[in-house]
Design a binder for this molecule. Structure first.
Ligand code: MLT
Length: 252
């Protein structure tokens, strides 16, 4: 059986250097963009439009009649309907609604990845569902894109941990399928060195400590849970050609 390549890039800004033609992409921003958009879709949101700029997010929100959410430096933006906490995106608030989301790193990583053969969003909550989806896809190279921090210019440990755990899960599931590239080997080794639960590993991470300092410890707890969601967000285009994420299998 022919092996296919599995690789990891460590920051959003690394993505434009990669040729994504024919490559399946898993974008991850565990804290918190991909965790939040997964929660929004699981709660019945119609779709999540990732936008990199707050002004453009406001304008698109008006066009779509959408709820506008997101953050800068972890905090909700003035005039926005929602911040970037998965706990805010409840069924009561988001069911049936389009959402426009702008965040510091995650929405940039999604935007940079749009040329992928397919693009999905991963987080610890849906890691198993993401792995099952990848295994069901037609074989081909896969790239895990870590959003990172500081506008996608520096590595974020929680994203690297996700990339490592997903790499381990995929290689254990079907070892003959994957040829690991350097990024995937490094991520898998980082995850192997942790030898503890995601929640325990989180405690020492810089962005975790920052969010806890902002009083957002419940978001961190939510994001550290494994296997709590079967929802996988997949990128598609709307009638105007804008990329957005919808729940896989949701044909509405
Ligand atoms: C990001 O895009 O970097 C995050 O979602 C930031 C956060 O809200 O914690």
């Amino acid at each position: 059986m022919k092996e296919t390549s599995l690789d990891v890039v460590f920051t959003a800004r690394d993505v434009p250097c990669r040729d994504l033609e024919g490559v399946g992409v898993v974008v991850v921003d565990v804290l918190r963009a991909t965790t939040t958009l997964t929660a929004a879709l699981a709660a019945g949101a119609q779709g999540v439009w990732p936008v990199d700029d707050p002004e453009k997010a406001r304008a698109l929100g008006r066009d779509l009649g959408a709820l506008v959410g997101g953050e800068r430096e972890g905090l909700a933006l003035p005039g926005f309907d929602l911040g970037n906490s998965p706990l805010e995106y409840t069924r009561e608030v988001v069911a049936g609604r389009p959402i426009v989301l702008t965040t510091s790193n995650g929405t940039m990583a999604l935007g940079h990845s749009r040329e992928g053969r397919w693009v999905i969003a991963g987080c610890f909550n849906n890691l198993e569902a993401v792995a099952v989806h990848i295994e069901a896809c037609e074989k081909g190279p896969v790239l895990i894109v870590c959003a990172g921090t500081d506008r996608g210019s520096r590595l974020s440990e929680e994203d690297l941990l996700f990339a490592g755990v997903l790499t381990r899960r995929l290689t254990e599931g079907d070892p003959s399928r994957w040829h690991l590239q350097e990024g995937a080997i490094a991520a898998r080794e980082y995850a192997a060195e942790q030898r503890r639960s995601v929640a325990e590993a989180f405690r020492e991470m810089a962005h975790v400590q920052y969010l806890v300092h902002l009083g957002l410890g419940d978001d961190v707890k939510w994001a550290s849970q494994m296997g709590t969601s079967d929802t996988v967000a997949v990128m598609v285009e709307d009638a105007a050609g804008r990329p957005y994420l919808k729940a896989l299998g949701d044909d509405e």
